[in-house]
Design a binder for this molecule. Structure first.
Ligand code: HEM
Ligand SMILES: *[C@@H]1O[C@H](CO)[C@@H](O)[C@H](O)[C@H]1NC(C)=O
Ligand SMILES: *[C@@H]1O[C@H](CO)[C@@H](O)[C@H](O)[C@H]1NC(C)=O
Length: 321
C-alpha cells in the first residue's frame, strides 16, 4: 500500500515536471546559440514579400492561425499531398484561400543556408506572422520559438470543425476558441486581424442580401457591387473597408457601425452580444487592442507545439524528411 502510494506520488511529480518542461521549451531565445541569424533571415524574407504585395502580411498571419488550430502549431498545414500525405491545403477552410506558402519556403531556404537542419517550419510561420504584423503597423512581440515540425498532415481534422466556419454564432466561436485554451477576450482580439486582408465574395454574399437589420444599408450596397447574387464567387473585398492596408483598430469601429464584412465579424457586436463591451473598448483604445492582440497571438502560438524529440526539423517545409 505504502509502496503503491509512493510510486503514485513519484509518477505525479514526473508528469508535472515533464509537462512543465515541455511548456518551458518555447522561448524567445531558443535559437540564440544554435542559429543566431535565424530570426533576421526570416524577417528579411517576410519584408521583401510584403513590400512586393501588401496583402501577404494578412495571409501570413492567417496561415499561423490555420496551422495552430489544426493539431497545434506544427507546420502540418504546409505539407503537400503525396501518396502518404493528405494535404491540409486541400481542406475546405484552406483550399484556394490560405496563401503565402512560397514565402515560407523562401524564408526556410534562406535560413537553411546559414544553419541547415536547425530551424523548424512551424517556428518560421510563427515568426513570419509576428514580422508581418509589425511591418504593417500592428503590434510586435517577443515571439516564442522551439517548435518542431509534424511528420503528418491532418486534412480530415481540418475539415471537421477545428477551424471556425464563416457563419458560426458567437457561442460556437467562443466554444471553439475555448477548446484551444483561448478565452472570449482572445477571440475578440484575434478577430481584429481582420483589420487587414481580404475575403472572397461567396463567404459574405448571404449577409449582404438577407436584408437583415444588423448590416449598414450603405455598406451592403457598396459591397454588392462586386459581389452579385450569382457569379463572382472569388471576387475580393477588404475585410476592413476604411483602412484595409494598415493594422489599426478600425475593424472594431466598423463593427459598431454594422459594417463587419463576415457574419462572424458582426456577431461580436450588436443585438446584445456579450462581447459588445470588448469591441467598444478596442474601438476607443488602439494600444489596448495592440497589447491584447500580441498577448493572444503568443497564446495561440503555444497551442500543442511539438517539442523535445517529438516530430522533426523538416529540410523542406512542404515535405517530410
Ligand atoms: C473567429 C473566427 C474566424 C473566422 C470565421 C474567420 C474567417 C475568415 C474568412 C472567411 C476569411 C476570408 C478567406 C477567403 O476569402 O478565402 C478570413 C480572412 C482572414 N482571416 Fe480570418 N477568421 C477568423 C479568425 C481569424 C483569426 C483568429 C485570425 C488571425 C489571428 C484571422 C486572420 C485572417 C486574415 C489576416 C485574413 C485575410 C487573409 C488574406 O487576405 O489572405 N482570422 N477569415
Ligand atoms: C431583400 O430585399 C430586396 C429588395 O427589396 C428583395 O428583392 C429581396 O428578395 C430581399 N431578400 C430577402 C432574402 O428577403
Ligand atoms: C488604453 O489602454 C492602455 C493599456 O494598453 C491604458 O494604459 C490606457 O490608459 C488606455 N487609455 C484610455 C484612454 O483608456
Amino acid at each position: 500500500m505504502e509502496r503503491f502510494s509512493l510510486r503514485f506520488v513519484l509518477m505525479m511529480v514526473s508528469i508535472i515536471l515533464t509537462s512543465s518542461i515541455c511548456q518551458a521549451q518555447l522561448s524567445p531565445t531558443f535559437y540564440d546559440q544554435s542559429c543566431r541569424n535565424a530570426l533576421s533571415k526570416i524577417r528579411s524574407s517576410v519584408r521583401t514579400a510584403i513590400a512586393r504585395e501588401r496583402r501577404m502580411a494578412a495571409s501570413l498571419i492567417r496561415m499561423h492561425f490555420h496551422d495552430c488550430f489544426v493539431h497545434g502549431c506544427d507546420a502540418s498545414i504546409l505539407l503537400e499531398g503525396t501518396s502518404t500525405i493528405e494535404s491540409e491545403r486541400d481542406a475546405l477552410p484552406n483550399f484556394k484561400s490560405v496563401r503565402g506558402f512560397e514565402v515560407i519556403d523562401k524564408a526556410k531556404s534562406e535560413v537553411e543556408k546559414v544553419c541547415p537542419g536547425i530551424v523548424s517550419c512551424a517556428d518560421i510561420i510563427a515568426v513570419a506572422a509576428r514580422d508581418a504584423s509589425e511591418y504593417v503597423g500592428g503590434p510586435k512581440w517577443a515571439v516564442k520559438v522551439g517548435r518542431r515540425d509534424s511528420t503528418a498532415a491532418f486534412k480530415a481534422l481540418a475539415n471537421s470543425g477545428e477551424l471556425p466556419g464563416f457563419k458560426d454564432t458567437l457561442d460556437q466561436l467562443s466554444g471553439l476558441f475555448s477548446k484551444k485554451g483561448l478565452n472570449t477576450r482572445d477571440l475578440v482580439a484575434l478577430s481584429g486581424a481582420h483589420t487587414i486582408g481580404q475575403s472572397q465574395c461567396f463567404l459574405f454574399r448571404d449577409r449582404l442580401y438577407e436584408n437583415s437589420s444588423d448590416i449598414d444599408a450603405g455598406f451592403a450596397s457598396t459591397r454588392k457591387r462586386r459581389c452579385p447574387t450569382v457569379g463572382g464567387d472569388g471576387n475580393l473585398a477588404a475585410l476592413d473597408l476604411v483602412t484595409p492596408n494598415s493594422f489599426d483598430n478600425n475593424y472594431y469601429k466598423n463593427l459598431m457601425q454594422k459594417k463587419g464584412l463576415l457574419v462572424t465579424d458582426q456577431v461580436l457586436f450588436g443585438s446584445g452580444a456579450s462581447t459588445d463591451g470588448i469591441v467598444s473598448e478596442y474601438s476607443k483604445n488602439r494600444s489596448k487592442f495592440a497589447a491584447d492582440f500580441a498577448t493572444a497571438m503568443i497564446k495561440m502560438g503555444n497551442i500543442e507545439p511539438l517539442t523535445g524529440s517529438n516530430g522533426e526539423i523538416r529540410k523542406i517545409c512542404s515535405f517530410v524528411n
